[in-house]
Ligand binder design. Structure first.
Ligand SMILES: [Fe+2]
Length: 181
């Protein structure tokens, strides 16, 4: 994944203000994700928040464009662009995340780590359609995301950290067998 940082904020001011207000309630991660999801539903931008070139995606893999990094490091907003068939590794995250699909469909597989850490089990699947917003918070946030549609998929992601400083939202990539139940 390529992380492409902005030179300035590219998010609508109403969205940034709403996320800031939600995070400044200083709730736990799960509740913060719920509050931010409520705001993203109200203020979800269109895919045209990206340029036409950005919306085209890349043959090199899914792209991550940073649209806003809050100066105090409390959150950042990115746009992910997936061409058909592009997929993440199985991973979890350093912080809470809220995402909204603004074009296409994202398909998600959810996993749980076994007690001895030797393997994963699939515990759920979700299809996230255009206009839908979801949120989650660690722990229990191991997943893999892919574009199974015929068109480019685009989603906005809000993370509870400045991923331009961290370099990534990923805590760990899981290269483990997946148990078939
Ligand atoms: Fe993820």
């Amino acid at each position: 994944m390529t992380v492409i940082s902005p030179v300035r904020t590219r998010c609508p001011a109403d969205l940034v203000t709403a996320i800031r207000t939600a995070t400044q309630q200083h709730c736990d991660w799960q509740r913060t994700a719920e509050l931010v999801a409520d705001e993203l539903r109200l203020h979800l931008p269109g895919a045209d928040i990206l340029t036409a070139a950005e919306r085209a995606g890349s043959a090199d893999g899914y792209q991550c464009h940073v649209l806003h990094a809050e100066p105090d490091g409390s959150f950042s907003v990115t746009a992910m662009v997936w061409r058909p068939g592009q997929v993440t590794p199985i991973h979890d995250h350093v912080t809470w995340c809220v995402f909204g699909v603004v074009q296409g469909v994202e398909y998600e597989e959810l996993y749980a780590l076994s007690g001895d850490g030797s393997h994963l089990s699939e515990v759920g699947r979700a299809q996230n359609n255009c206009g839908e917003v979801s949120g989650f918070a660690p722990p229990g946030d191991i997943h893999r995301v892919r574009n199974i549609g015929a068109d480019v998929a685009i989603s906005l992601h809000v993370y509870g950290a400045d991923i331009t400083r961290l370099g990534s939202s990923v805590r760990r990539i899981y290269d483990l067998p997946v148990a078939v139940s």
